[in-house]
Design a protein around this ligand. Sequence first.
Ligand code: BTN
Length: 236
Amino acid sequence: MKNLSAQRIKELLDSDLDVYVYDEVTSTNDVAKGISQGAVFALRQTAGRGRSMGRKFYSGEGGLYFSLALGIKDGLLNINAAPFSPGRLTISAGIAVTKVLIGLRYNALVKWVNDVYVDGKKVCGILAEGAGDKAVLGIGVNLASQIPDELSEKAASLNFTADFCEVAAAIINTLIREISSPDIEFLNTHCLTLGKRVKTLSGEGIAVGVDGTGALLVDINGNICRVFSGEAEILL
Ligand code: BTN
């Protein structure tokens, strides 16, 4: 289960990234902010952060918690020369995790913009942050964590028992390809949000698609609005 090995992950990566594995950190995003480029993993986080201000991300033993530090020069990512934008990173990460989980036979879907759900419950959260001349992209997957009772209505564990290193490397390899060319067609066919009534910063309406920039298209009283950021809360 907790078989994370920096050397093994590095061997499985398609790109030349340094890999660090810690038993415990506050937040892998914070550690990643201190390196120029690489992937930082931890078996547990004492202060795992969610997207909204002050929201915590449950980070007990058994989950896969890691952050990529990606250098940026002249608006391009050093790792693959793709244009950098926080939205592109976030969308690519959701697509990558969903594709890898589907490959492992889970019914994974992206909940726009950056959660991954399986069978109606959240199994992965993604947090992209800027850090000067680099981007930090944190991913937490409840691969085999014991979800506390108070979260169990909304979040689930995948009860995954095989090699964490393979999952980690598959997510990073897929992610780096997605950043170059995000698979928006896949997103439009694997998105939990589409077809649902949602509450967004632009108002309430029906989510009808995701455009080439990753913006959510919401039909609000017959007008199609492009929603670039914030939550799209699914209304019942
Ligand atoms: C969310 O669901 O709101 C985003 C959660 C992001 C969690 C990951 S776990 C690895 C990295 N370190 C953190 O502190 N947060 C991200």
